[in-house]
Every structure is written in structure tokens, then in C-alpha cells.
Write a protein that binds this ligand. Structure first.
Ligand SMILES: C[S@@+](CC[C@H](N)C(=O)[O-])C[C@H]1O[C@@H](n2cnc3c(N)ncnc32)[C@H](O)[C@@H]1O
Length: 285
């Protein structure tokens, strides 16, 4: 059993991330879950991505309050919204993509990728996002300056494009919880909406460990050193406000320096990578 699957199995979640997402936190759940406070008023996750921590919390009944989920990637948040409101239509379209892919992987992948600029409904866009994610190289989400998805096809023997059971579980979880989804920059929601005793999990795009390791392509804009610095200021503001804040980032000198006032709350943990060497991750709690 692969490492990620083992963790999902141990934690027995009813729902799990429906996308592969760069920097996804599934394998760090054993560490992160220990840092989730026992009591808090509301949950905020402003760099939602694949939502590994949110899905863990919802599956294990540790989400006891309303949740505010934010990401600046509009295709991603549209997909969550469609799962919440139109899961059966989404499953129908995905099943069709699954059949087409099984017959002719390369043709069906590039036909779908070329649909990026066409007028599609929000349900068709969500289906395209899931299908491309499950079949593209390494599950990357990368767009060019015009916002067009430009990742080549990946090598998979039998990718599962339509995991209807998980999608229905997520649909029920989103409907049965008080969950609010936003396409936005993390700043506006965190600065305007949070109060003392809210719990906030911050998982920004990683500070690159080297110039060649730089990957910040989740949106057209990227995430720069200045963005990391701005985020550290928001982190301070939230802790001053009395919020309970948990942050993960790569363990680099730059990040250690930005958060040096919190050095006694830093924990180094390890994330396994399929291609690169093990990654050092810093959790600040
Ligand atoms: C490291 S990923 C989060 C991974 C997530 N924790 C998971 O388990 O899949 C960072 C996310 O931040 C989002 N993001 C980047 N810049 C942002 C911004 N300024 N405001 C909000 N979200 C942003 C990206 O779209 C991406 O989904």
C-alpha cells in the first residue's frame, strides 16, 4: 500500500481530496492533526487547494463549527461549488470523459485541454478541471499568462477520473456542514472576517528551496518573496488578535527569518516526495 493510501486508511476518512494538488497535505495529516486546537469558534482555510486538512477534519468530526474555505484559483473553487450543488450532473459528464479516455487517452486529453477557452457551463468547467487533473503530468495545475491550462498528458495506466462515491460523500459533507467557499485573496477574508478564538490553517505556496524548485503556478500570478513577507505580517496580526493560527511552509532560511519571533513554536517535519529528496517542512503552531 502506498504511503498516502496508508494514511487515508488509518484515518478512515469518509471523504478525501478529489484533486491531486501540489503541496497537498494528506501525508502530513498525522502531524497536522495533532496541532488542531480542541476548541475554537470558526475554522478558516485560506489556501484551500485540495483541502486535505478540511476533509480530514470533516471526516473525523473535528470540525465542530462553520468553515470558511478560500482559494484564489477560480477553477478550483468553482469545482467545490459544483460538487456541492450539482454532483449528479458532474458525475454524468465525468463518466463520459472516463469512457472517452479509456478508448483514446491522448486524443481525449488534448481535446479536453483545448476546451479551455470555450464557453462552458460551470458544471462542464468543473468536470474538465477534475478530468485534466487526474490525467495530466503529475496532477499539476499550471496556466500561462492568458490563464490557459498548459500541462502535458501524464503517464497513467488506469486513472480514475470519476470517483463517484467520494464525490457524493463530499457533496453530503458540504451540504450538511456550514461551509462557505470564496474565490479571493487570503488577505481580505482573514483581515476583515476573523475574530479572537477562530482557528486558521495557512498553507501558502511553498517558499522554493532552490531557484530550480520554484513552483508557484496555481494561478496566473504566482507567489513571490514579497507575498511570503506580507503573509508573515498577516500571521502576526491574527495572533495579536487572539486567533489560533497554524502555518506550514518549506523549511528555508527565509521562512525561519520571517517567523523568527515564533521560533519556539516551530517544528520540523518531513514530507516524502516521489521524485525529489525528502522535503523539510516547518509547522508553526
Ligand atoms: C500549497 S497549496 C495548498 C495545498 C492544500 N493545503 C492541500 O492540502 O491540497 C496553496 C494554495 O494557495 C492558493 N493561493 C495562492 N495564492 C493565493 C492567495 N493570494 N490567496 C489565496 N489563495 C492563494 C493556490 O491556488 C493553492 O491552491
Amino acid at each position: 500500500m502506498k504511503h498516502q493510501e496508508k494514511i487515508l486508511d488509518e484515518y478512515g476518512p469518509k471523504c478525501y481530496p478529489f484533486l491531486k494538488w501540489a503541496g497537498g497535505k494528506t501525508q502530513l495529516l498525522p502531524k497536522i492533526s495533532k496541532a488542531v486546537p480542541h476548541s475554537y469558534d470558526r475554522y478558516f482555510e485560506p489556501f484551500l487547494g485540495g483541502g486535505a486538512v478540511f476533509f480530514y477534519m470533516i471526516s473525523n468530526n473535528t470540525l465542530r463549527s462553520e468553515a470558511h474555505l478560500i482559494d484564489s484559483n477560480k477553477e478550483l473553487i468553482n469545482t467545490y461549488n459544483v460538487i456541492k450543488s450539482n454532483v449528479e450532473e458532474l458525475i454524468m459528464i465525468l463518466s463520459k470523459y472516463q469512457e472517452e479516455y479509456n478508448k483514446s487517452p491522448v486524443k481525449s486529453y488534448y481535446d479536453l485541454r483545448n476546451k479551455f477557452n470555450r464557453n462552458l457551463t460551470s458544471i462542464e468547467k468543473a468536470a474538465r478541471t477534475i478530468a485534466l487533473n487526474k490525467t495530466c503530468y503529475n496532477g499539476l495545475y499550471r496556466v500561462n499568462r492568458n490563464g490557459e491550462f498548459n500541462v502535458p498528458i501524464g503517464r497513467y495506466k488506469k486513472p480514475v477520473i470519476c470517483d463517484s462515491e467520494n464525490l457524493r460523500n463530499i457533496h453530503n459533507a458540504l451540504l450538511n456542514s456550514k461551509t462557505y467557499l470564496y474565490v479571493d485573496d487570503y488577505r481580505s477574508i482573514l483581515v476583515d472576517k476573523t475574530n479572537e478564538n477562530d482557528f486558521i490553517y495557512l498553507d501558502p505556496p511553498y517558499d522554493p528551496v532552490s531557484a530550480t524548485a520554484k513552483f508557484t503556478g496555481y494561478t496566473e500570478c504566482g507567489f513571490t518573496n514579497k507575498d511570503q513577507r506580507d503573509l508573515s505580517r498577516v500571521f502576526m496580526k491574527l495572533t495579536d488578535r487572539g486567533c489560533k493560527v497554524l502555518l506550514s511552509n518549506s523549511d528555508t532560511p527565509y521562512i525561519r527569518d520571517l517567523y523568527k519571533d515564533f521560533s519556539r513554536y516551530m517544528h520540523q517535519v518531513y514530507a516524502l516526495r516521489s521524485i525529489r529528496p525528502t522535503k523539510k517542512v516547518l509547522l508553526i503552531t
